[in-house]
Design a protein around this ligand. Structure first.
Ligand code: UDX
Length: 464
């Protein structure tokens, strides 16, 4: 058996119900560690406050003054369900603090979790600038026995490169580097932290891997598989997960285009094919295309890695292209109902890349609405949470604070995000204020029959 497979096998034993059920934060043999989390984005803040809830003593380091002072006053700079309450409780319990000084933050801690962003660079590969800056600092300041845990999504080989850098530039061969990818969904990140499907810990040192496993086991209330492996495998697992998820959504979006043509309901097909456990029910909702802070950039890095090694990855490339076509498909649906886009007034509900987040990063709304505006449409949009970037990313839209306002005098309504609030709107009232009763429900969240009763020309994704 290969060393790597042995590790994965061992991790299965390690994650038995017994070992986890005994890991109560208050009574078990495991003890709380001092932990530093670098970066207070959604991953860092959730991880820091989650570890504090597990019973660890956590310092979360954030260099942005505005973000830091918000967090210190118990407010969250972005929308993430349940996070504010968790942060407030852990701060008042004295287990969580926010700090600007990195040197102070890592003082006396057992493990340093790095969660800084790795956005796409212009060439599509992951931009490691923020990470490199911190690594350079840590190589001089971390102490023997401390463990560096890379939680940021990093290209395959990064953890080992950092380990080498530590040895060569800081004389810190005694610092172990571990990769521990995150699988937190925005909008469900607190839930996901406490209810993970799996925990992946990559590294070369058994001791370091065990320490990180214990940090998690401290607070787990039910058995969770912990897979231990080497760093490159852990790094690849993260990319493979997100590329696969994008592929699955990409497939169902194409299926929907075909179903539309032949008059078959995609939702029905998806539900039935998903009953086969080899396929699974989740991630089979057709929509306006996938977006967000992870899937698009991880797909680009994955393709870029393949290219750099001469491995042409046809499926991810096709998935990426199909997603662009999905944006265009939604635009065409609006056009086919509204008629001439030039001068048309389009009421838009939802701007974020999915519901329950304020995040607009790579939201399908950006290309779709940009195309509408470029072709002369007037776009009036409502979103309950989209953050202040809206004006920068979509300068041409007129944003309103009341969803009903988007409908007044409009030629077509367009739903781009599956906020549940939109299902509760009075669609009869909306229909009365519109100029032309057209609606494109790009998330399939409304009942077609009801909308038709109100006199709407209703179009969805794959249900027509
Ligand atoms: C993703 C991964 O799910 C998570 O494990 C990882 O760590 C971070 O990246 P997130 O970016 O929050 O999480 O979004 P996710 O829930 O995965 O959705 C991605 C995109 O796919 C969204 O645009 C969403 O609207 C779309 N999607 C998802 C669909 O269109 N249909 C579906 O059925 C599921």
């Amino acid at each position: 058996m290969k060393e790597r497979d042995k590790n994965i096998e061992n991790s299965k034993k390690d994650s038995s119900a017994d070992s986890l059920e005994s890991a109560s934060p208050l009574s078990g043999p495991l003890r709380g560690e001092k932990i530093c989390v670098i970066g207070a984005g959604f991953v860092g803040t959730v991880t820091a406050s989650g570890f504090a809830r597990f019973g660890h003593e956590v310092v979360c380091v954030e260099k942005d003054d505005k973000r830091l002072s918000l967090l210190r006053s118990g407010r969250i700079p972005f929308y993430e369900r349940d996070l504010e309450q968790l942060v407030k409780t852990e701060m008042s319990g004295g287990r969580l603090m926010f700090e600007s000084d990195l040197e102070k933050g890592i003082e006396g801690v057992k493990a340093v979790f790095l969660t800084v962003g790795t956005p796409s660079s212009n060439g599509g590969r992951a931009d490691l600038t923020a990470l490199q800056e911190i690594i350079s600092f840590l190589s001089k300041k971390m102490k023997p026995g401390q463990i560096l845990v890379i939680k940021s999504t990093v290209p395959v080989g990064t953890a080992n490169m950092i380990k080498k850098y530590f040895s060569e530039n800081g004389n810190r061969a005694d610092i172990e580097v571990v990769n521990n990818p995150e699988f937190l969904r925005e909008g469900n990140a607190v839930y996901d932290f406490f209810n993970p499907h799996r925990i992946v810990i990559g590294g070369n040192s058994t001791g370091a891997i065990e320490t990180i496993s214990h940090i998690y086991k401290m607070g787990m209330t039910r058995p969770v598989p912990i897979f231990t492996t080497n760093n490159e495998t852990a790094e690849m697992i993260k990319y493979a997960s997100n590329v696969y998820l994008a592929t699955k959504v990409g497939f169902v979006n194409e299926l929907a285009r075909l179903c539309d043509r032949v008059g078959v309901n995609t939702m029905e097909v998806a539900r039935v094919i998903g009953a086969d456990p080899r396929i699974g029910q989740e991630f089979l909702n057709p929509g306006p295309g996938w977006g967000g802070s992870c899937l698009p950039k991880d797909l680009r890095e994955f393709i870029g890695l393949g290219d750099s090694l001469g491995v042409s990855l046809h499926i991810p490339r096709a998935v990426s292209e199909a997603n662009l076509r999905q944006f265009e498909h939604v635009y065409r649906k609006v056009k086919s109902l509204a008629g001439d886009i030039k001068g048309a007034r389009i009421g838009v509900l939802g701007l974020t890349f999915k519901a329950n987040t304020s995040d607009l990063r790579e939201s399908p709304a950006i290309p779709i609405l940009t195309r509408l505006i470029e072709n002369g449409a007037e776009v009036i949009a409502y979103d309950p949470a989209a953050d202040g970037e809206v004006i920068d990313l979509l300068p041409g839209i007129h944003r309103v604070d009341d969803p009903y306002e988007t409908a007044v005098g409009s030629d077509c309504m367009l739903i781009l995000t599956e906020w549940s609030d939109f299902q509760l709107l009075d669609w009869g009232r909306i229909s009365e204020t519109m100029k032309n009763k057209n609606i494109v429900d790009a998330r399939n969240i409304l009942a077609p029959e009801l909308l038709k009763r109100y006199g709407f020309n209703y179009a969805s994704i794959g249900q027509n």
